[in-house]
Design a protein around this ligand. Structure first.
Ligand code: CP
Ligand code: NVA
Length: 317
């Protein structure tokens, strides 16, 4: 058995582009560290291990939670988060990703980026000599999934064996959530309408990971199959950022995939409702569910801070 502190130590300098690049033990150690950091914050104990360090935060898309939680997280850890709108950078006028990565590495201690293209973030990470953290791309949203695991752990305790059902678009949030659940040995299931399924290549990797950890991964088109006896039901928007032109068509295609009281009645009585937010009430989720007693969405949003502080401290510390 490796010591948890050693596992965290070995993460120094790493990127976090997808949780599929991490071992289950590494994810587990990061989660434990997040619990510790949250406890210390609540107890008024300062942890300033990123004293004097700066995280550059590049955004090609809007954000409330990611921007605020990373900036506050850096401040609490004794460092500084610097917001950069991609349109205001030279990269917005055609400076190469290669040069941007090299130049930013001269000034910063880490980069958090929310980008349109996952391939672009991979290219940035290849050329930057400092850790690059994915703050959402078209394919993954790993920091969200870390907060999701933390929330499940706080409420349910043991994660292994839980049934986690994601109902909706097979998108960035779904990919990262299913990978996270698979790392923890959960029974993860995704229900999407035809044409909006989870990525096939990622599905293979998630399936292998789940079975290694004693869990399982299932893809279905049936929301009831997903919801049945679930410990947690998870929704995301039907129309992600950048897909606005498809919104009307998607509204039709996702009919029947709303998480509402009728669908939730198939889940366990003490099921948790989770949503990465922002939410559209009466589209992917009814107001009765998201504002009801089984909803943990604000605790989940708050956990973005604590989960990411663990990631920042480990990678940049
Ligand atoms: N869940 C999430 O990433 O929220 P923001 O888009 O507000 O950052
Ligand atoms: N799938 C959504 C998540 C937002 C946090 C999007 O990409 O817009």
């Amino acid at each position: 058995m490796t010591n948890k502190a050693d596992v965290l130590q070995q993460l120094k300098g790493r990127d976090m582009l997808t949780l599929l690049d991490y071992t289950s033990e590494e994810i587990e150690c990061l989660l434990d560290y997040a619990v510790q950091l949250k406890g210390k914050l609540k107890a008024g104990e300062k942890v300033t291990i990123l004293d004097g360090k700066t995280l550059g935060m590049i955004f090609e898309k809007s954000s409330t939670r990611t921007r605020i939680s990373f900036e506050v997280g850096m401040t609490q850890l004794g460092g500084n988060g610097m917001y950069m709108n991609a349109n205001d950078l030279q990269i917005g006028r055609g400076e190469t990703v290669h040069d941007t990565g090299k130049v930013m590495s001269e000034f910063l201690d880490g980069i958090m980026i929310r980008a349109n293209s996952h391939a672009m973030v991979e290219e940035l990470a290849e050329h930057a000599t400092i850790p690059v953290i994915n703050g959402l791309t078209d394919v993954y949203h790993p920091c969200q999934a870390m907060a999701d695991l933390l929330t499940l752990k706080e409420v349910k305790g043991e994660l292994k064996g839980l049934k986690l059902a994601y109902i909706g678009d097979g998108n960035n949030v779904a990919h990262s959530l299913m990978a996270a659940g698979a790392h923890m040995g959960m029974h993860v299931i995704v229900a999407s309408p035809e044409g909006y399924e989870f990525d096939g290549a990622i599905a293979e990797r998630v399936k292998a990971l789940a079975s290694q950890n004693g869990g399982s991964f299932t893809m279905t088109n049936d929301p009831v199959e997903a919801a049945t006896e679930a410990d947690a039901l998870y929704a995301d928007v039907w129309t992600s950022m950048g897909q606005e032109e498809e919104a009307a068509q998607r509204l039709k295609d996702f009919e029947g995939y709303q998480i509402n009281d009728a669908l939730a009645a198939h889940a366990k009585d003490d099921y948790m409702f989770l949503h990465c937010l922002p939410a559209h009430r009466e589209e992917e989720v009814s107001a009765s569910v998201i504002d009801g007693p089984n909803s943990y969405v604000f605790q989940q949003a708050g956990n973005r801070l604590h989960a990411q502080k663990a990631v920042l401290a480990a990678l940049l510390g």
